[in-house]
Design a protein around this ligand. Sequence first.
Ligand code: ASP
Ligand code: MG
Length: 258
Amino acid sequence: GSSLRTGGHFSRVADIIVAAPPPRAVIASAMSGVTDDLARAVEAAAQRDPGYREIVAALQSRHVDVVREIIPAAAAVTLIEKIERDVEDLNEVLRAAWILRDGSRGTYDMVMGQGEIWAAEILAAILTARGLAASAMDAREVLVVEPSRSRAAPTVDWKRSREQLAAWSAAHPASDVLVVTGFVAATADGVPATLGRNGSDYSASIFAALLDAQEIHIWSDVDGVMSADPRLVSDAVVLESLSYQEASELAYFGAKLT
Ligand code: ASP
Ligand code: MG
């Protein structure tokens, strides 16, 4: 997400992907801040705050502006039309949430996953413009999960996910790079689900397994690893160096990359 804040960020990410040796697959998170905005839209609609429409309109312009900035005109038109159709769907779901005063998990899961769909489509379009055969995959068509009743991450149905991946691959031409939506999945009945906040790293691990990847690289646009959480410790500094042992200890204790 932090690596996809602006159009310039998408271009830099595209440079990195173009330079990486194939075969490669990329898991895209939503542009920074987008998932929070989508969650706020559901909350507002369910509380009958008409402000949800402005939140959605602002998200629409933010994505359309990026598309206009970095995607060549012909492809941009198609993508902008797709974004407009998605916005219509979002507004219908949010309108239903308004009528029903419904801020249920199903509504959140459907709406909050939209950021990843747009990010993956924009990334695939810019990679195509760079001359790669790139396909965007909506993970809701492939990844099957069973949502947990607690706040824990959902469990993956590996067998069905493998089957759906095979079916998806058969239906799509081979590509130089696969751009997959992070964070989102679907239940066995096809109902949109998510992997929980910051779930795109989890998506990357799952798809690495599904695609038999040899390595996973997780990118974040940050200055480095800090000595402490700067939101809690005002004199936290970026560390000069970190041993593998220290990094793995930090990871074990759940250090957050944002
Ligand atoms: N976009 C989702 C979130 O903000 C997933 C992720 O960023 O990993 O939680
Ligand atoms: Mg993120």
